[in-house]
Every structure is written in structure tokens, then in C-alpha cells.
Design a protein around this ligand. Sequence first.
Ligand SMILES: O=C(CO)[C@H](O)[C@H](O)COP(=O)(O)O
Ligand SMILES: [Co+2]
Length: 212
Amino acid sequence: MINVAPSVLSADFTKLKEEIDTLEGASWLHYDVMDGHFVPNISFGYGILGNLRKVTDKFIDVHLMISDPAFYAPKFVEAGADLVNFHVEAMDSVEETKALLKQIHDLGAKNGITIKPGTSVEAIKPYLDDVDLVLVMSVEPGFGGQSFKESALDKIKQLAAMKKDHHYVIEVDGGINAQTGQLCKEAGVDVLVAGSYVFKNPNRKEAIDSLL
Ligand SMILES: O=C(CO)[C@H](O)[C@H](O)COP(=O)(O)O
Ligand SMILES: [Co+2]
């Protein structure tokens, strides 16, 4: 079964609750956190997540694009994240990474590990037994509205082939529309993040349905 996770980054923030209410058919919400350091953009933090948590029962998937996930991840769990994923490129050691994955679980949320387009699946092999989700970036993190990079497809296929020995779900993020979403589904993805494709369509249900 495919889940669609609309990325709040592309929503109209002046009416966030109404925007969320239009997302019929999507059981997840994707919440992109950018610190202006790990990526050259700044989005929103755990305060706004706390507000969002009060107005939706959707499964909130927090994507941390920040340099210090170990410090901030617990704050996002506390604010109501259902899942917190962070970039392997932001971590200094395997020990530190495993400790943060465990801490997120101990705090009661699901965890995930994320790779940029230039990072291979090899880099996250040490964590595949410890994660609930692997996020494959199909654009350089930092901005919505970019074009899908086909190099993500091979990584999804590799992760899908290894999935039988592990328990993670595979998510893809960046440049997803009906066409690229179909390619990802054929490659074995479980969760499609879609920002501009969903929020730029006046008929949100139609956009979400075209991805399912
Ligand atoms: O993590 C992200 C950017 O770093 C966003 O989740 C992603 O870009 C979604 O936007 P779009 O679907 O418009 O590409
Ligand atoms: Co994202």
C-alpha cells in the first residue's frame, strides 16, 4: 500500500489548518525542517509543529535538514512528531547515529535515516536493522519545486531488494508528480512525499489520488 505525505513546505502558511483539511486521501504529513546551515534555506521549527499537532491526526513525518539533529530531534518528538528522520550526512559517527535512532524510539516516536542524492545506500547499511523508515532524497535538500533526479530509482530498488531482511519502509522526497511517482512505485517505494505537486493543484484530492 502506498502512502502520500504532502509536504507542508508548499502550503499557504496564512491558513495552515484549512490547507491540511484539503488533504483528503493522504494519511501522512511531511514537515521539512531547515536550519540555514545544513541547507541554504530556513523553514520552521518545533513550535509550529506543536500548533500543527493540535489540528491534525495525520501521521507527521519530520524531515530534519539540520546540522545538529542529536540536539533537536527530542524537541520535535516532544512537540508531537510521529516520526523523526535525519540525514546521515549530518552525523559524525556510527555510534552517535545509532544512539540518536535509539533515543527517538525511547521517546516514543518512529525513526528514519535520510540520504542526499550524492550519498549511496552503502552509507546507511549499518542502520538498516535500527530504522522504521529510509528516506531517499530525489532532489538536493533545501527547496521545494525542483526536478526529480532519476538516480533515486536505483537506490529505491536496492533498498526494496534488502527489505525482506529488515522492517523499514522506503520514502522518496523531491520532484514527485504522477509520472515520477509511478516510476518510484515500480521501483518499490512505500511513501511518496509531494509538496508543490499537491499544493499547486486546486483540486488536492485529484493530485493525491493520482499518486496512490
Ligand atoms: O525536503 C524537501 C526539500 O528539501 C521537500 O520535502 C521536497 O522538496 C518537497 O517538495 P516538492 O515535492 O515540491 O519537490
Ligand atoms: Co522533505
